[in-house]
Design a binder for this molecule. Structure first.
Ligand code: ATP
Ligand code: MG
Length: 177
C-alpha cells in the first residue's frame, strides 16, 4: 500500500520530540522539500532553530505563533486573550496546511496547547482531516490525546530513562534550545 502523506506524532515525557521533527526538516531540505514549522507554545526566549531556519530558507519557514502564549505560567492576560491567540494559531495552521506551498507542516508543541485547553481538539482533528493527501503533517508535544493518536499513521512515544535535569543540569544551548 502506498500512502502519499503521513500524520506523524511525537509524544511522551522523554526529550527528543521537537528534535525529531527538526531531524525530518534537515532530511527533507536535502531533497529541496518545503517545510513550515508552526510553534504553538514556545515564547519569548530564543531557540537555535529560529536561527537555523534563516540558513535553511527558502525551504524551511518557521512561525512562532507561540509568542502570543507567553506568560501562560504567570499569567496576566485574560482567558479571552488566550482564546484569541489560539484561534489565530489554528487559522495560520489551516492556511499553511491548505496553501499547497509545503510538503511538510510541523505543528510543534500543539499537544500541549490542546492539553492546556488553549485550543479545541475538534479544530485540530479538522486540521488533520482536511490536510491535502500529499502533505506530511507532524504534531509534537507530550500528552497526545487518544483521538489524535487514532488519526495518526506514525506515533512515537519518547520515554524518559534519564535526563540531566534530574541532576540539576540546566538546559544547554544547541542541545536543549
Ligand atoms: P527537545 O526540544 O529537546 O527535542 P522535546 O520537544 O521532547 O525536547 P518539550 O516538552 O518540548 O521537549 O520540552 C521543551 C524543553 O524542555 C526543551 O528545552 C527540552 O530539552 C526540555 N526537556 C525535554 N524533556 C525534558 C525532561 N524530561 N525533563 C526536563 N526537561 C526536558
Ligand atoms: Mg518540544
Amino acid at each position: 500500500m502506498e500512502k502519499d502523506g503521513l500524520v506523524i506524532v511525537y509524544t511522551g515525557k522523554g526529550k527528543g520530540k521537537t528534535t525529531a521533527a527538526l531531524g525530518i526538516v534537515l532530511r527533507a531540505v536535502g531533497y529541496g522539500k518545503k517545510i513550515c514549522m508552526i510553534q504553538f507554545i514556545k515564547g519569548s526566549w530564543h531557540y537555535g532553530e529560529m536561527y537555523s531556519s534563516k540558513k535553511l530558507e527558502p525551504e524551511f519557514e518557521m512561525i512562532a505563533v507561540g509568542k502570543g502564549f507567553v506568560g501562560i505560567i504567570d499569567d496576566k492576560s485574560s482567558k479571552d486573550d488566550h482564546e484569541k491567540i489560539a484561534k489565530e494559531a489554528i487559522r495560520i495552521s489551516m492556511e499553511k496546511i491548505q496553501s499547497g506551498k509545503y510538503d511538510i507542516v510541523i505543528l510543534d508543541e500543539i499537544n500541549y496547547a490542546i492539553n492546556l485547553d488553549l485550543i479545541n481538539i475538534e479544530d485540530v482533528k479538522n486540521l488533520i482531516k482536511s490536510k491535502p493527501e500529499k502533505l506530511d503533517l507532524v504534531l509534537t508535544g507530550n500528552y497526545a490525546k487518544e483521538e489524535i493518536i487514532d488519526l495518526a499513521d506514525l506515533v512515537t512515544e519518547m520515554r524518559e530513562i534519564k535526563h540531566p535535569f534530574q541532576q540539576g543540569i540546566k538546559a544547554r544551548k544547541g542541545i536543549d534550545f
